[in-house]
Write a new protein. Structure first.
Length: 361
């Protein structure tokens, strides 16, 4: 009799333990969704995460230094670094002298005669930019089998740089459970965003704007929205770079399962400072992110990053976002840049892995 009672108690305890574990799994999943998916006060939360190895490896402090097509996500002003090779008549003359020598220089004599002001105006009016294009792609495998893919293209056009990109996230196959432990089916969460950006430079400043259309799906409800973002990079002196990105300066979203009314997206500000010691490839980075529409102080997140070269083409990265550490490494060649980084998720449930590639043409 005692053995039978003990067996029943063990079976009941095992069943109770399974229910607790299942509920814990769902609780963790829902918490993760709140950090990268839907929330009560904003739509498009995946746009506020940091993905891609270089961004994660630097602790998210790329606002001041991003210079590839991923800038459409982190600071559209960074697209202006994709500017080709600017050539003026003076540079063309120099190339001709080197190629043909002074005696056989095909440029006619007195071609460059005139005042310095005339020459400067002539150089500006006759400046030519070669075409440049870069392709960026990144993949992040987050905890709870969340997957994030980014892709972007940047190319010179219209006296500036145009960027086109896509951000997508997906969670599949995580089951929900009721109070008795019975499965209620898999939760299917998806998010997609298409971004169009334009950037230009003026002296030591670079400016950029971008527009985003996004769509989220979480089981039954879905969220659709659009926003407008603006960014600025400024290099007051060669060893200092500043960056500001304002996300959702104009943005609205609609939760289709709840109401037909539109809600304003929270405006997010990213600010970063980069210290670039001369004659090195070292980067010392500081920054913060703040939700300008949030009332709670927890919306403020500090960031730090460090890049140290170990060879001419290899480098190490380290970063801190809030209390989360990240580490990474990469290879930077003339036509290709590869990076890998790892960090922990905010819930401390495991490690997350990130890779990215950037091709130059």
């Amino acid at each position: 009799m005692q053995k039978e009672n003990r067996r029943r108690m063990q079976k009941k305890y095992k069943h109770l333990k399974e229910i607790i574990m299942k509920k814990t799994t769902i609780l963790i999943f829902l918490s993760a969704i709140l950090t990268t998916g839907l929330s009560a006060d904003t739509g498009g939360r995946p746009m506020q995460g940091i993905y891609g190895a270089e961004t994660v490896g630097k602790g998210g402090t790329v606002t001041a230094t991003v210079n590839n097509p991923s800038a459409i996500f982190w600071n559209p002003a960074g697209l202006a670094h994709i500017n080709g090779i600017t050539q003026t008549e003076e540079s063309i003359e120099k190339e001709a002298e080197e190629a043909f020598g002074t005696e056989s220089n095909p440029i006619p004599e007195k071609f460059w005669e005139g005042s310095n002001e005339d020459k400067e105006e002539k150089d500006k009016s006759n400046a030519l930019r070669s075409f440049e294009m870069q392709i960026f792609t990144a993949y992040s495998h987050l905890t709870l089998d969340r997957q994030v893919a980014l892709g972007a293209i940047g190319f010179t056009a219209l006296k500036g740089t145009i960027g086109i990109g896509f951000l997508g996230t997906q969670v599949l196959g995580i089951d929900g459970y009721d109070s008795s432990g019975a499965s209620t089916g898999a939760i299917d969460y998806q998010f997609g965003a298409v971004i169009l950006a334009y950037a230009w430079e003026s002296g030591p400043s670079k400016f950029g704007v971008s527009g985003t259309y996004m769509s989220e799906y979480l089981g039954g409800p879905s969220v659709n929205g659009a926003n407008l973002n603006a960014g600025w990079q400024f290099d007051p002196i060669p060893i200092i770079s500043l960056g500001v990105n304002l996300q959702n300066i104009a943005g609205m979203y609609q939760e289709t399962a709840a109401t037909d009314s539109y809600e304003k997206m929270d405006t997010i500000m990213d600010l970063a400072l980069a210290i670039l010691p001369p004659s090195t490839n070292i980067e010392i980075l500081f920054g913060f992110r703040n939700n300008l529409d949030a009332e709670e102080t927890s919306s403020f997140t500090s960031r730090m990053g460090l890049v140290i070269p170990i060879t001419q083409s290899m480098f190490l990265m380290g970063g801190v976002e809030g209390e989360n550490l990240s580490f990474g490494a990469g290879i930077n060649l003339n036509f290709l840049k590869f990076s890998y980084a790892v960090n922990q998720d905010p819930l401390r449930t495991g490690f997350q892995h990130h890779v990215d590639l950037n091709f130059k043409f």
